[in-house]
Ligand binder design. Structure first.
Ligand code: ATP
Length: 327
């Protein structure tokens, strides 16, 4: 890993008329890492990615790659490549010619283009499909072609906009393992936009959570999940309760909540939901002040001590698992 390929956003801003889609965000991406830009619809993820790619003008701020300001360079001159959500393959070109397209535009001769396209197709395990047209491929295969087409430019940073959203759930899980393998093998930075927290957790070394055009929290995936700083991050990452207690707002992982009979030192709650989830049973209880708390009980524990709707239970947790929230 080198530090000279670091991508840095400096007070990057995008406005569409009166709408501020990206509001002065600053971030330094780790070189050779897998980063996920995560957030709900409309929070500014795609606008950020498109600005990095050069497909959208920067309204203010700067994008630095390897210390060089690339904010106003055309996409092909930045050292980035983008893989689009719908893959954007040319229907009339073969797989090989789709992959080689950017080399053709750059004036590379045919034998060299075909050689390099062949290498890329090998990388994504699509060699046997080189002479097919995109409509003769499955969704997953089209995605591999789109990846090969983006990677042939030898980018320092690969930008992926919701790359798995067009795939069925089974294929999505297979392809995300494939993306991770490729990123490790190539050692280049991947920046992947998603609104799925499970996808981000599965893939990312670093998660950047966006909300309302700003970065709400960024850090290693485990830190963001385990120690959300705000109620928004805790709720968006899922698996947490956000509780307003006399000592302040805290986030508590549902699987860290311990369910007992009501007893001293516990918070009492009335069970309002019991949901079987396979390995766990999710118990939802209403506690003081009408707040709802979900506790995940391991299936075997639930069978030993089943709880029913309307029953009053005790809930407690260790201090170390309570994360104070700043907002
Ligand atoms: N071309 C445009 N013109 C005007 N407003 C736009 C344009 N593109 C995006 N926006 C607005 O900017 C904000 C951020 O959009 P953006 O597409 O970056 O969000 P996103 O987080 O990627 O959302 P999604 O997950 O739905 O794609 C939204 O309010 C959106 O309506």
């Amino acid at each position: 890993m080198t530090t000279d390929t670091d991508l840095e956003l400096v007070s990057l801003t995008k406005s569409y008329g009166a709408t501020v889609a990206v509001d002065a965000i600053s971030h330094q991406f780790k070189s050779g890492g897998y980063a996920c830009l995560l957030g709900p619809s409309g929070c500014g993820k795609s606008s950020t990615l498109r600005m990095i790619a050069g497909h959208e003008d920067v309204s203010d701020g700067a994008i630095l790659l390897a210390g060089r300001d690339v904010s106003y360079l055309p996409p092909a001159k930045r050292g980035t490549a983008m893989m689009f959500q719908n893959y954007a393959l040319f229907p009339h070109l073969t797989v090989r010619d789709n992959v080689a397209f950017s080399l053709r535009m750059a004036g590379v001769d045919k034998p060299e283009r075909n050689r390099r396209a062949g290498e890329m197709l090998e990388l994504v395990e699509m060699t046997t499909f080189a002479d097919r047209k995109p409509d003769q491929l499955s969704g997953g295969q089209q995605q591999r072609v789109a990846l090969a087409r983006a990677l042939i430019t030898r980018p320092q940073v690969l930008l992926l906009d919701e790359p798995l959203s067009a795939l069925d759930p089974f294929l999505r899980i297979r392809m995300r393992a494939e993306l991770k393998r490729l990123q490790r093998e190539l050692g280049i930075s991947f920046i992947h936009v998603t609104h799925g927290q499970d996808e981000a957790l599965a893939l990312a070394d670093e998660i950047i959570v966006m909300n309302n055009a700003k970065i709400e929290q960024a850090g290693p995936a485990r830190d963001v999940f385990n120690a959300p700083r705000t109620a928004f991050v805790a709720r968006f990452m899922g698996g947490h309760n956000v509780l307003n207690l006399p000592q302040g707002h805290i986030a508590l992982r549902s699987d860290e909540m311990v369910v007992t009979a009501p007893e001293a030192g516990c918070i009492d709650g009335r069970v309002i939901g019991v949901e079987y989830q396979g390995t766990h049973v999710a118990l939802t209880a209403e506690v003081a002040g009408g707040q709802e708390v979900t506790a995940l009980m391991p299936d075997a524990d639930f069978i030993k001590a089943p709880k029913d709707l309307g029953e009053v239970i005790g809930l407690h947790w260790e201090d170390r698992v309570a994360h104070p929230l700043t907002a």
